[in-house]
Design a protein around this ligand. Structure first.
Ligand code: URA
Length: 422
């Protein structure tokens, strides 16, 4: 077998054989297939696609590139959630302790932000002392003792995906349904969860800009999970506008704690409860009551224990950016557009995200929204506050918002999109 023939097969719209797939993933993981060869293959896959048989084999080969975890010894059923990524998507933070408080074990392996979408680990790292890197034994310990753990995936889990995802990120080959589906599902299947709820985001702030592509991605991932014995379901949810009122690391932790305390923005609460219900049903606990666990403080108790078990101080003051800049409404009327992508890029430029993997994020940076689509606004009222430690970035962030915020004259009929689309 040689790599050029594998690349040519996909370049010429052929079907990759199981042997070709196993071979190329294995050789790439071991370093025998070079990055430039794998990027040529990834681009051929992006342009020419893969059928379901190829995707299933590609996923199996990525799982086989590393270790598999196993939670069979746990006393509770496991439930995990994966979001395909968005702006202001802090749902994992309240959701994991909430589902744990209702009786499931939640092993939540999460990632860092890249580009305009935030990362759960970056958000939690704004809590003084909190550690994302745990050994497998530590992870199991936190999971057993608190019911939930949110941490980085160890190096041994789907190492082929780690290499390939970093390569796709710098070669314009992220947005391919077969590659996204196999990347996400190889990690989730290797992680060993018994059930999985996928939150597939649709809209300007998501990878999938339209509902047809989102449906295709969801059904591909559900098929992969089901074939590997993981009870998998998917929700399609809106990402045309940011979730909640914050985009940025410490800002989003603050908002998540508000949700756990029984408050928080309505859209974040609605999606957290909807996903919790799906996870609990998938884990065989359909009668659990997540709304009660938010009301009676039991979800907050799990949050505090989970943060402490990973070295964090749940009572610590969260970092605040050194500088703020308020953007006011330029006219009165109804806010009809607050574009998720524009807000995500603004937060990223303010320092909440990173342009390269090795960049540091600013814990306090980001965007705080004071109005959402459908709200009435009056000229001169604050629409959003920008936060950063590097005020020279304000102009650059404001430029990203150009065209992303629209107001229609008062009286205009405007119905905001629902959160859960399907
Ligand atoms: N998240 C992943 O883990 N992989 C992708 O390809 C895209 C989003």
């Amino acid at each position: 077998m040689d790599v050029i023939s594998v690349i040519r097969t996909k370049r010429d719209r052929g079907e990759l054989s199981p042997e070709q797939i196993d071979w190329v993933i294995d050789e790439y993981t071991r370093g025998a297939v070079a990055d430039e060869q794998m990027s040529a293959l990834a681009m051929a896959i992006l342009l020419n696609g893969m059928n379901r048989t190829e995707i299933a084999r590609w996923t199996a080969a990525m799982i086989a590139s590393g270790e598999r975890m196993n939670f069979d010894a746990l006393s509770r059923p496991t439930a995990d959630k994966h979001s395909t990524g968005g702006v202001g998507d802090k749902i994992t933070l309240p959701l994991a302790p909430l589902v744990a408080a209702c009786g499931a074990a939640v092993p939540q392996l999460s990632g860092r932000g890249l580009g305009h979408t935030g990362g759960t680990l970056d958000k939690l790292e704004s809590i003084p002392g909190w550690r994302a890197l745990l050994s497998n034994a530590e992870m199991l310990d936190v999971l057993e003792s608190t019911g939930a753990v949110i941490c980085a995936a160890g190096d041994g889990l789907a190492p082929a995906d780690k290499k390939l995802y970093a390569l796709r990120d710098v070669t314009g080959t992220v947005e391919a349904i077969p590659l996204i589906a196999s990347s996400i599902m190889s990690k989730k299947i290797a992680e060993g969860t018994g059930s999985l709820v996928l939150d597939v985001k649709v809209g300007s702030g998501a990878f999938m800009k339209n509902i047809e592509d989102a449906r295709e991605l969801a059904s591909t991932m559900v098929g992969l999970g089901t074939d590997h014995g993981v009870k998998t379901v998917a929700l399609l949810t809106d990402m045309a506008t940011p979730l909640g009122l914050t985009a940025g690391n410490a800002l989003e932790v603050r908002e998540s704690v508000e949700v756990l305390a029984g408050g928080g923005p309505a859209d974040v609460v609605e999606l957290t409860i909807a996903l919790a219900r799906e996870m609990l049903t998938a884990a065989g606990l359909p009668d659990a009551d997540p709304e009660k666990a938010l009301r009676d403080g039991s979800a907050m108790d799990v949050w505090r224990r989970m943060i402490q078990a990973q070295g964090g101080d749940p009572d610590a003051t969260l970092p605040v950016a050194r500088e703020q800049h308020v953007i006011n409404a330029s006219s009165s009327g109804v806010l009809t557009k607050l574009d998720a992508y524009a807000v995500g890029v603004a937060a990223w430029r303010l320092g909440a995200g990173r342009a390269r993997k090795e960049d540091q994020v600013q814990a306090g940076a980001g965007v705080e929204l004071h109005a959402k689509p459908g709200d009435k606004v009056v000229a001169g009222q604050p629409l959003m506050t920008l936060h950063t430690d590097t005020p020279e970035k304000f102009a650059y962030a404001i430029e990203a918002l150009d065209g992303g915020v629209l107001t229609a004259p008062e009286g205009t009929d405007f119905v905001p999109s629902p959160i859960v689309l399907d």
